[in-house]
Design a protein around this ligand. Structure first.
Ligand SMILES: [Zn+2]
Length: 258
Protein backbone atom coordinates (compact mmCIF):
# COMPACT_ATOMS: atom_id res chain seq x y z
CA UNK A 1 0.00 0.00 0.00
CA UNK A 2 1.86 3.07 -1.24
CA UNK A 3 1.29 6.42 0.46
CA UNK A 4 2.70 9.93 0.72
CA UNK A 5 2.96 11.41 4.21
CA UNK A 6 2.14 14.97 3.17
CA UNK A 7 3.07 16.53 6.51
CA UNK A 8 5.81 15.12 8.72
CA UNK A 9 8.43 16.83 10.88
CA UNK A 10 10.95 13.98 10.88
CA UNK A 11 13.82 16.49 10.98
CA UNK A 12 12.98 17.52 14.57
CA UNK A 13 15.26 16.51 17.49
CA UNK A 14 12.69 13.90 18.59
CA UNK A 15 14.10 11.73 15.78
CA UNK A 16 17.82 12.49 16.18
CA UNK A 17 18.52 9.17 17.91
CA UNK A 18 16.96 6.89 15.31
CA UNK A 19 16.11 8.88 12.14
CA UNK A 20 17.39 6.30 9.61
CA UNK A 21 15.32 3.61 11.34
CA UNK A 22 12.24 5.85 11.29
CA UNK A 23 12.66 6.50 7.56
CA UNK A 24 13.29 2.78 6.89
CA UNK A 25 10.11 1.87 8.79
CA UNK A 26 8.16 4.45 6.77
CA UNK A 27 9.43 3.02 3.48
CA UNK A 28 8.74 -0.49 4.74
CA UNK A 29 5.17 0.56 5.50
CA UNK A 30 4.73 1.90 1.94
CA UNK A 31 5.90 5.54 2.02
CA UNK A 32 6.87 6.85 -1.41
CA UNK A 33 7.03 10.47 -0.26
CA UNK A 34 7.74 12.28 3.00
CA UNK A 35 6.95 16.00 2.77
CA UNK A 36 8.69 18.14 5.37
CA UNK A 37 6.96 21.42 6.32
CA UNK A 38 9.10 24.26 7.62
CA UNK A 39 8.46 25.75 11.06
CA UNK A 40 11.05 28.52 11.32
CA UNK A 41 14.53 29.34 10.02
CA UNK A 42 16.19 26.81 12.32
CA UNK A 43 14.06 23.95 11.00
CA UNK A 44 15.33 24.42 7.46
CA UNK A 45 18.92 23.05 7.61
CA UNK A 46 17.91 19.70 9.19
CA UNK A 47 14.99 19.36 6.74
CA UNK A 48 17.26 20.07 3.76
CA UNK A 49 19.82 17.61 5.15
CA UNK A 50 17.15 14.89 5.14
CA UNK A 51 16.27 15.74 1.54
CA UNK A 52 19.93 15.32 0.55
CA UNK A 53 20.11 12.04 2.45
CA UNK A 54 16.92 10.58 0.96
CA UNK A 55 16.50 12.31 -2.43
CA UNK A 56 13.21 11.70 -4.17
CA UNK A 57 11.64 10.50 -0.93
CA UNK A 58 11.97 13.56 1.34
CA UNK A 59 10.89 16.94 -0.03
CA UNK A 60 11.13 20.28 1.80
CA UNK A 61 8.62 23.09 2.19
CA UNK A 62 9.42 26.70 3.02
CA UNK A 63 7.48 28.59 5.66
CA UNK A 64 7.21 30.33 8.97
CA UNK A 65 4.66 28.73 11.33
CA UNK A 66 2.22 31.07 13.13
CA UNK A 67 3.22 29.87 16.62
CA UNK A 68 6.95 30.04 15.86
CA UNK A 69 7.23 33.76 15.09
CA UNK A 70 10.61 35.22 16.07
CA UNK A 71 10.79 38.70 17.67
CA UNK A 72 11.12 40.28 14.20
CA UNK A 73 9.14 38.00 11.88
CA UNK A 74 9.35 40.30 8.84
CA UNK A 75 13.16 40.17 8.90
CA UNK A 76 12.93 36.37 9.08
CA UNK A 77 10.56 36.40 6.11
CA UNK A 78 13.02 38.58 4.18
CA UNK A 79 15.70 35.93 4.70
CA UNK A 80 13.38 33.02 3.84
CA UNK A 81 12.12 34.78 0.73
CA UNK A 82 15.68 34.99 -0.61
CA UNK A 83 15.67 31.17 -0.82
CA UNK A 84 12.92 31.31 -3.43
CA UNK A 85 15.09 31.37 -6.55
CA UNK A 86 14.66 29.52 -9.83
CA UNK A 87 15.46 25.83 -9.28
CA UNK A 88 14.64 25.96 -5.54
CA UNK A 89 13.78 22.58 -3.97
CA UNK A 90 10.55 23.51 -2.19
CA UNK A 91 7.34 21.64 -3.00
CA UNK A 92 5.12 24.06 -1.08
CA UNK A 93 4.92 27.15 1.08
CA UNK A 94 4.29 25.71 4.53
CA UNK A 95 3.59 25.34 7.18
CA UNK A 96 1.93 28.71 7.37
CA UNK A 97 -1.35 30.02 8.71
CA UNK A 98 -3.08 31.33 11.80
CA UNK A 99 -3.29 29.86 15.32
CA UNK A 100 -5.41 31.71 17.87
CA UNK A 101 -6.02 28.71 20.14
CA UNK A 102 -3.63 29.38 23.03
CA UNK A 103 -2.41 32.87 22.31
CA UNK A 104 -4.04 35.78 20.48
CA UNK A 105 -1.47 38.38 21.54
CA UNK A 106 0.28 38.35 18.15
CA UNK A 107 -2.86 38.05 16.05
CA UNK A 108 -2.07 40.99 13.75
CA UNK A 109 1.50 39.80 13.22
CA UNK A 110 0.28 36.28 12.47
CA UNK A 111 -2.11 37.67 9.86
CA UNK A 112 0.59 39.84 8.25
CA UNK A 113 3.07 36.95 8.16
CA UNK A 114 0.47 34.63 6.66
CA UNK A 115 -0.61 37.18 4.05
CA UNK A 116 2.95 37.68 2.91
CA UNK A 117 3.55 33.94 2.53
CA UNK A 118 0.25 33.48 0.66
CA UNK A 119 1.54 36.09 -1.78
CA UNK A 120 4.73 34.03 -2.27
CA UNK A 121 2.64 30.96 -3.03
CA UNK A 122 0.72 32.90 -5.66
CA UNK A 123 3.81 34.48 -7.17
CA UNK A 124 5.67 31.17 -7.44
CA UNK A 125 2.54 29.09 -8.11
CA UNK A 126 3.40 26.79 -5.22
CA UNK A 127 0.77 24.96 -3.17
CA UNK A 128 0.20 26.06 0.43
CA UNK A 129 0.36 23.81 3.51
CA UNK A 130 -1.91 25.66 5.90
CA UNK A 131 -2.14 25.38 9.68
CA UNK A 132 -5.30 26.89 11.12
CA UNK A 133 -6.54 26.61 14.67
CA UNK A 134 -9.40 28.60 16.18
CA UNK A 135 -9.08 30.91 13.18
CA UNK A 136 -11.50 29.72 10.50
CA UNK A 137 -13.05 33.15 9.80
CA UNK A 138 -9.64 34.84 9.71
CA UNK A 139 -8.33 32.15 7.39
CA UNK A 140 -11.16 32.64 4.91
CA UNK A 141 -10.68 36.43 5.10
CA UNK A 142 -7.00 36.19 4.17
CA UNK A 143 -7.45 33.61 1.41
CA UNK A 144 -10.62 34.93 -0.24
CA UNK A 145 -8.97 37.68 -2.33
CA UNK A 146 -6.50 35.08 -3.67
CA UNK A 147 -9.11 32.43 -4.46
CA UNK A 148 -8.39 32.27 -8.19
CA UNK A 149 -4.70 33.11 -8.11
CA UNK A 150 -3.43 30.28 -5.89
CA UNK A 151 -2.00 26.94 -6.99
CA UNK A 152 -4.03 25.01 -4.40
CA UNK A 153 -2.76 23.35 -1.26
CA UNK A 154 -3.65 21.46 1.90
CA UNK A 155 -5.63 22.53 4.93
CA UNK A 156 -3.46 20.47 7.22
CA UNK A 157 -4.90 18.66 10.25
CA UNK A 158 -8.45 19.61 9.37
CA UNK A 159 -10.71 19.36 12.41
CA UNK A 160 -13.66 21.58 11.62
CA UNK A 161 -17.36 21.17 10.95
CA UNK A 162 -19.05 19.99 7.75
CA UNK A 163 -19.88 23.61 6.86
CA UNK A 164 -16.26 24.64 7.38
CA UNK A 165 -15.10 21.72 5.23
CA UNK A 166 -17.42 22.80 2.42
CA UNK A 167 -16.23 26.40 2.67
CA UNK A 168 -12.55 25.34 2.53
CA UNK A 169 -13.16 23.00 -0.39
CA UNK A 170 -14.67 25.97 -2.24
CA UNK A 171 -11.06 27.01 -2.84
CA UNK A 172 -10.06 25.35 -6.12
CA UNK A 173 -7.17 22.90 -5.89
CA UNK A 174 -7.28 22.69 -2.10
CA UNK A 175 -7.71 19.46 -0.13
CA UNK A 176 -7.94 18.51 3.55
CA UNK A 177 -5.01 16.87 5.35
CA UNK A 178 -6.19 13.95 7.49
CA UNK A 179 -4.06 12.28 10.16
CA UNK A 180 -4.19 10.49 13.48
CA UNK A 181 -7.15 12.48 14.82
CA UNK A 182 -9.51 10.51 12.56
CA UNK A 183 -8.64 7.37 14.57
CA UNK A 184 -9.46 8.91 17.96
CA UNK A 185 -12.47 7.41 19.67
CA UNK A 186 -14.47 10.61 20.21
CA UNK A 187 -13.45 12.36 17.00
CA UNK A 188 -16.27 13.97 15.01
CA UNK A 189 -14.07 13.88 11.93
CA UNK A 190 -15.29 10.53 10.48
CA UNK A 191 -18.86 11.82 10.35
CA UNK A 192 -17.81 15.16 8.83
CA UNK A 193 -15.73 13.41 6.17
CA UNK A 194 -18.40 10.89 5.27
CA UNK A 195 -21.04 13.63 5.01
CA UNK A 196 -19.22 16.51 3.35
CA UNK A 197 -15.83 15.54 1.90
CA UNK A 198 -15.27 13.42 -1.22
CA UNK A 199 -12.38 10.95 -0.96
CA UNK A 200 -10.78 12.82 -3.88
CA UNK A 201 -10.43 15.95 -1.71
CA UNK A 202 -8.26 14.55 1.09
CA UNK A 203 -4.61 13.60 1.53
CA UNK A 204 -3.04 11.70 4.43
CA UNK A 205 -0.43 12.99 6.87
CA UNK A 206 1.02 12.29 10.31
CA UNK A 207 2.23 15.66 11.66
CA UNK A 208 4.91 13.48 13.30
CA UNK A 209 6.10 13.60 16.07
CA UNK A 210 2.65 14.89 17.11
CA UNK A 211 -0.87 13.40 16.99
CA UNK A 212 -0.04 9.69 16.83
CA UNK A 213 -3.02 7.57 15.76
CA UNK A 214 -4.66 4.97 17.96
CA UNK A 215 -3.16 2.68 19.39
CA UNK A 216 -0.05 4.88 19.67
CA UNK A 217 -1.96 7.94 20.87
CA UNK A 218 0.05 10.14 23.25
CA UNK A 219 3.38 8.71 22.14
CA UNK A 220 5.77 9.83 19.39
CA UNK A 221 4.16 9.68 15.97
CA UNK A 222 6.06 8.57 12.86
CA UNK A 223 5.30 8.21 9.16
CA UNK A 224 5.10 4.40 9.36
CA UNK A 225 1.77 4.86 11.16
CA UNK A 226 0.00 6.30 8.09
CA UNK A 227 -1.56 2.89 7.27
CA UNK A 228 -3.54 3.14 10.53
CA UNK A 229 -5.08 6.34 9.16
CA UNK A 230 -5.73 4.67 5.80
CA UNK A 231 -7.47 1.75 7.52
CA UNK A 232 -9.75 4.10 9.45
CA UNK A 233 -10.51 6.10 6.29
CA UNK A 234 -11.41 2.85 4.54
CA UNK A 235 -14.15 2.35 7.16
CA UNK A 236 -15.28 5.96 6.82
CA UNK A 237 -15.55 5.82 3.03
CA UNK A 238 -16.65 2.19 2.80
CA UNK A 239 -13.93 1.06 0.42
CA UNK A 240 -10.70 -0.96 0.73
CA UNK A 241 -7.69 0.73 2.36
CA UNK A 242 -5.73 0.07 -0.82
CA UNK A 243 -8.21 2.21 -2.73
CA UNK A 244 -7.91 5.03 -0.15
CA UNK A 245 -4.13 4.82 -0.49
CA UNK A 246 -4.28 4.89 -4.29
CA UNK A 247 -6.67 7.87 -4.46
CA UNK A 248 -4.96 9.95 -1.74
CA UNK A 249 -1.51 9.29 -3.23
CA UNK A 250 -2.74 10.42 -6.65
CA UNK A 251 -4.22 13.55 -5.05
CA UNK A 252 -1.00 14.29 -3.15
CA UNK A 253 1.02 13.96 -6.37
CA UNK A 254 -1.36 16.37 -8.10
CA UNK A 255 -1.40 18.95 -5.29
CA UNK A 256 2.39 18.95 -4.77
CA UNK A 257 3.27 18.26 -8.44
CA UNK A 258 5.34 15.20 -7.56
ZN1 LIG B 1 3.01 20.51 11.33
Amino acid sequence: MEFIDTHTHLYLPEFDADRPDVVARAVGAGAVGLLLPGLDEASLPPALAMCRCWPGLCRPMLGLHPTELPPDPMAALDRLERLLVPGHPFVAIGEVGIDLYWDTSRREEQLAVFRRQVAWAAAWQLPLAIHSRAAHAELIDVLAPWRHRLAGGVFHCFGGTADEARELLGFPGFVLGIGGVVTFKKSALPEVLAGAVPLERIVVETDAPYLAPTPHRGRRNESAYVPLVLERLAEVYGCPAGEVARVTTRTARAVFRL
